[in-house]
Design a binder for this molecule. Structure first.
Ligand SMILES: [Zn+2]
Length: 249
């Protein structure tokens, strides 16, 4: 490095250091902001995970009564061959059936967010098809709808801690992401002397990482169910015993 370059670098660095320090825009947070945006490191992390810097994500337990109610209502309407419900499930299944050939969960690095969002759905479907024989496990399409709709209906009935659209989108995406599992394969190696060695290989669940994956996942799912989310259907879900029991408590 020439002396001239060295001096220029030094000047640039000093200019950067002289910048006024901005503090995090969250109320009462005194920490300096990250180089980009107006949140400190900690609040930026919270916002990325939950969709709101002020609120953590809702947990599976608070979602449970809504999930059970939605599940009950959807199965009841499907048994009655309700046209809107049958159509919605049909569209969901068509989306899932159209996805194919994504690499394993640990080999998705570098894929653009749109493709990561689709790969996520692909792996949920692939994993789901293995357990189809168990009656408790509905098809992947129905399970995805149940989890997404539960969060949407929580939002419509004011049960989410935050009304920001980004929070809703993130929570829907996280609920669906929760259906994905890590994968464990056990290989048996014959040692030749009558002994078998077992080797366990774990493929870790892919991560959602970016806000863009959340956005794409939501924009793929929402068009499938938004027509179904009528006042009548929302009211039907809220009338079920699981939610009524929560209200009484
Ligand atoms: Zn902060």
């Amino acid at each position: 490095m020439t002396h001239r370059q060295y001096q220029l670098n030094k000047q640039n660095l000093q200019a950067l250091q002289r910048r006024p320090v901005r503090t995090c825009s969250i109320w009462k947070c005194p920490k300096p902001t990250m180089p980009v945006g107006n949140l400190c490191n900690r609040h930026h992390k919270i916002e990325t995970r939950s969709g709101s810097a002020y609120n953590r994500s809702i947990n599976a337990r608070s979602r449970a009564p809504f999930r059970r109610s939605v599940q009950h209502v959807l199965k009841m309407l499907l048994n009655r061959h309700d046209e809107d419900t049958v159509m919605m499930l049909h569209e969901m299944d068509a989306l899932l059936n159209g996805l194919s050939g994504y690499p394993a969960q640990n080999s998705l690095r570098g894929l653009p967010p749109t493709e990561r969002a689709r790969a996520l759905l692909y792996h949920i479907r692939r994993q789901g098809s293995r357990y189809r024989s168990r009656p408790a496990n509905a098809g992947a399409g129905l399970r995805i709808l149940i989890h997404a709709l539960a969060v949407e209906i929580m939002s419509r009935s004011g049960k989410l801690p935050c009304s920001a659209p980004r929070y809703l989108k993130t929570q829907v995406a996280r609920a669906v992401y929760g259906l994905l599992r890590s994968e464990v394969k056990v290989y048996e190696i014959d040692c030749g002397n009558g002994r078998m060695l077992k080797q366990k290989v774990v493929t870790k669940k892919m991560s959602m990482q970016s806000k863009n994956v959340v956005r794409h996942l939501y924009s793929v799912l929402e068009p499938i169910y938004w027509l179904w989310l009528t006042k009548e259907h929302v009211a039907m879900v809220l009338r079920q015993k699981w939610i009524l029991a929560e209200e009484v408590r």
